[in-house]
Design a protein. Structure first.
Length: 64
């Protein structure tokens, strides 16, 4: 988890000064992986669904 959290912080840095779609997708992918791991530790299943806001990329939601 520490390594993944570190990668999230590093991936977020290029998203601040510029607007590159690939950088944002990389960050969302890492955060989705973190969310899946977190919810698994709580014994809660997750599902990936498109976000209701543009650009409608897939995000992880807990199945509550």
């Amino acid at each position: 988890m520490h390594d993944l959290a570190h990668k999230i912080v590093l991936a977020g840095s290029p998203c601040k000064p510029d607007v590159h779609h690939a950088d944002g997708l990389k960050l969302v992918d890492l955060v989705n992986r973190f969310a899946e791991i977190y919810w698994a530790t709580e014994d809660i299943n997750t599902v990936r669904k498109p976000c209701p806001y543009p650009p409608n990329i897939e995000v992880v939601y807990p199945v509550l």
